[in-house]
Design a protein around this ligand. Structure first.
Ligand SMILES: NC(=O)c1ccc[n+]([C@@H]2O[C@H](COP(=O)([O-])OP(=O)(O)OC[C@H]3O[C@@H](n4cnc5c(N)ncnc54)[C@H](OP(=O)(O)O)[C@@H]3O)[C@@H](O)[C@H]2O)c1
Length: 269
């Protein structure tokens, strides 16, 4: 199977690290012209340089906060001004949180998560959909297994990913007559900085946490960024030409159980 994105313009949000970085690198290896977005300029620049080394195609690196309208507008405008077209939009950037309904003291965490993980995606997609209609391109939204499974501890994040899943289904129906496909890829437990950012735990503790998590995975391994990236490029490619409105889970078969910390959260104290 030959995947080729030569002359295709691909925008990856949250490309400065983690799953977005792996996705950007794989698209670069497959010849894509890349527009890469993140907030951390140094990380984004380093990823852009690695991508350029693959096939000598220099990515456009856009430093922007997709939780703001200015950041979203800048991303859409700079991408279209630079490349004059868009073939694939990967909505990957997101933040997580730790929150339950009883530990929510104010609405800041909820607002931050929804502003970035839902509003930012809606706004960027709104601005770029006409360009995707022109190229009969496609959109890949990166959700999570917690968008469908009920996992206690990150209430606004789970709600945001559930909203994103429904966004995919609705926009896929809207855009299908225009020849634009829209899909979701939902990672399971994936080794990145995501959880460390939320919890602030040390690398050692994180590795222990991953090991505990892997006992829920029938395939016995947590995912790495490249596992998700490979599914993203496959879904974005011509090999998936009639795949739309779907949610592809990449999680090694993760099985949720009620953990003791969940039970603590639920106890009627
Ligand atoms: N890791 C997992 O176990 C896991 C599981 C399920 C789903 N996911 C999903 O996978 C996607 C990627 O997560 P990851 O694990 O790669 O996390 P990560 O390592 O924390 O990377 C998150 C990326 O999103 C960017 N980002 C966050 N907020 C942003 C904002 N306001 N504006 C612009 N960029 C922003 C970050 O950019 P900067 O660093 O430059 O700020 C970074 O590039 C997310 O949608 C996440 O929900 C992850």
């Amino acid at each position: 199977m030959n995947l080729d994105f030569t002359n295709k313009v691909v925008l990856v949000t949250g490309a400065s690290i983690g799953i977005g970085e792996s996705t950007a690198l794989l698209f670069a290896k497959l010849g894509a012209k890349l527009s890469l977005v993140g907030r951390n300029e140094a990380n984004l620049g380093a990823v852009a340089a690695k991508c350029e080394k693959q096939k000598g195609v220099k990515p456009l690196a856009i430093v922007a906060d997709l939780g703001t309208d200015e950041g979203v507008e800048k991303t859409a405008k700079q991408t279209l001004d630079h490349f004059k077209r868009l073939d694939v939009l990967v909505n990957n950037a997101a933040v997580g949180c730790r929150a339950t309904i009883l530990t929510t003291e104010d609405m800041k965490v909820f607002d931050d998560v929804f502003r970035i993980d839902v509003r930012g995606v809606y706004n960027l997609t709104r601005l770029l959909a006409p360009a995707l209609v022109e190229t009969k391109g496609n959109i890949v939204n990166i959700s999570s297994i917690v968008g469908t499974a009920v996992s206690v501890g990150a209430l606004p994040y789970g709600m945001a990913k559930a909203a994103l899943d429904h966004f995919t289904r609705l926009v896929a129906l809207e855009l299908a007559p225009k020849g634009v496909r829209v899909n979701t890829v939902s990672p399971g437990l994936t080794e990145t900085n995501f959880v460390k950012r939320i919890t602030g735990i040390s690398e050692t503790k994180y590795q222990e946490w991953l090991e505990g998590g892997s006992t829920h995975i029938p395939m016995g391994q947590v995912c790495v960024g490249d596992d998700i990236a490979r599914m993203v490029v496959f879904i974005a490619s011509e090999h998936s030409r009639l795949v739309t409105g779907t949610n592809v889970v990449v999680d090694g078969g993760f099985q949720f159980t009620i953990s003791s910390s969940d039970l603590d959260t639920r106890k009627n104290k």
